[in-house]
Write a protein that binds this ligand. Structure first.
Ligand code: AMP
Length: 281
């Protein structure tokens, strides 16, 4: 595995590979890697000649500075995991490499997807995501981009970004299923900040999503959301949202519909904010 800290030599390296008609898959991450991230690397390996991973904890997507400061940094084991997973190239830039002096953030016209759910609770978050992802896509210019459905709304935002960049015919997006612990807890770098007890309680999120899936169509939406809220609160969560939405637009549902629905949860335990979602039908 080759590690690049600078964008320019990485771009040159990849351009040379593309001249040999090699397909490039790309997995952007913020590090503290777990089996969920590695499942994206494996998906990339299956479809491409080489897989590039980036690790960069992007300050502009954190609306909460404490959350940024506490974001786990485990670079040595991350490098080992990527090597073992067969990742070919790691891009490990510092902040100046992504946002050089004089960098002027532009505004991305993302529409309503920017202001609902995560966007509502994390103002500016998706603008920050677009800033870093646009830069990374310019540097790597992948054929295939791999992202996790755990961050479902982020997948939709990046889809929109790729269209805004006019690259929808150049970069194919692949959204990979959420990797979970045995008890259902969605793997997340933030889980490292949970105590053993909190981690056990955190499985309530996926259990609540499973409850919503099981009972969707049987109970009125409000009652479903109320029961879900109680389950989470009883297990120590402070809730940002429990939502049931159209999975294509993420607009909140006012009434049941037969297809394309998703349940979304964001809630904190012990000061650690977790998100998860589940397709209902
Ligand atoms: P992050 O490092 O949290 O920014 O995540 C990097 C990528 O890994 C994103 O596309 C995430 O959606 C994806 N990812 C994070 N957790 C999981 C998981 N449990 N299963 C699958 N993909 C994940």
């Amino acid at each position: 595995m080759i590690i690049f800290k600078k964008a320019a030599p990485l771009s040159l390296h990849l351009q040379a590979r593309k001249k040999q008609s090699l397909k490039v898959g790309f997995v952007p991450t913020m590090g503290a890697l777990h089996a969920g991230h590695l499942s994206l690397i494996h998906a990339g390996k299956a479809d491409n000649d080489l897989v590039v991973c980036s690790i960069f904890v992007n300050p502009t997507q954190f609306n909460n500075h404490e959350d940024f400061k506490k974001y786990p940094n485990t670079i040595a084991p991350d490098i080992e995991k990527l090597y073992e997973a067969g990742c070919c190239v790691l891009f490990l830039p510092n902040e100046k490499e992504i946002y050089p002096a004089g960098y002027q953030p532009k505004h991305y016209d993302l529409g309503e997807i920017e202001t609902i759910w995560e966007g509502h609770y994390r103002p500016g978050h998706f603008q920050g995501v677009c800033q870093v992802v646009e830069k990374l896509l310019d540097v790597v210019a992948p054929d295939n981009l791999y992202m996790g459905k755990k961050d479902y709304q982020q997948c939709m935002v990046v889809q929109k970004l790729v269209t805004l960049m006019g690259k929808e015919n150049e970069i194919a997006l692949h959204f990979v299923d959420t990797k979970r612990e045995a008890d259902g807890l969605a793997m997340s770098s933030r889980n490292m900040r949970l105590s053993a007890e909190q981690k056990k309680a955190a499985a309530t999120i996926s259990k609540t999503l499973a409850y919503l899936k099981l009972n969707y169509g049987r109970l009125p939406l409000n009652e479903l959301k109320e029961k879900a809220t109680v389950q989470l609160e009883e297990n120590g969560f402070i809730i940002d949202y429990v939502g049931i939405a159209d999975s294509k637009t993420l607009k909140a549902l006012q009434e049941h519909k037969q297809q394309d629905t998703i349940a979304l949860i964001a809630a904190s335990i012990g000061g650690v904010r977790l998100i998860d979602n589940m397709i209902l039908n």
